[in-house]
Ligand binder design. Structure first.
Ligand code: ZN
Length: 145
């Protein structure tokens, strides 16, 4: 089940280069920066209300984000929905004939499980599904007590 918008991702050539715009101009704050070698990207999260902006920078020439930047020069890259049980959700989508970019969920930032709905199946939008990792799930439960 889709719960909420986890983040909106924006492809950038360099997080360092756009930092000033998000922090000094817009007055937002980068919460953390993390390398995700599995996805060949470096990401920066900027909390905004109940959701976050994710700045995505390619780690190398083979990063899919590099291709996106070359073709479009940056901009909104994907929208991410947080889900409860990603594998169930993937099965449900596959049964409906929706094209996913991988057969199994992969490791994303913050140790979460992620998969992507192909833009061809989503009217031109790359959609990420993201299930929070258990450790963080448990910690957030503890924090609420
Ligand atoms: Zn994302």
């Amino acid at each position: 089940m889709i719960k909420k918008i986890s983040h909106i991702a924006i492809a950038v050539k360099s997080i360092e280069e756009v930092k000033n715009f998000y922090e000094e101009v817009l007055g937002l704050k980068i919460e953390k920066i993390e390398k995700v070698p599995e996805r060949k990207v470096k990401v920066a999260f900027i909390p905004i209300g109940e959701t976050r902006i994710e700045l995505v920078e390619p780690l190398d020439e083979n990063s899919p984000v590099k291709k996106f930047l070359d073709e479009r020069g940056g901009g909104i890259h994907h929208i991410c929905f947080e889900v409860n049980e990603i594998e169930k959700e993937m099965e449900r989508l596959k049964e409906k004939g929706i094209k996913l970019t991988t057969d199994k969920p992969e490791k994303g930032a913050e140790g979460n499980l992620v998969c992507f709905i192909h833009p061809k199946s989503a009217y031109g939008v790359l959609i990420e599904l993201n299930e929070k990792n258990l450790k963080e799930k448990n910690e957030s439960l503890v924090r609420k007590d």
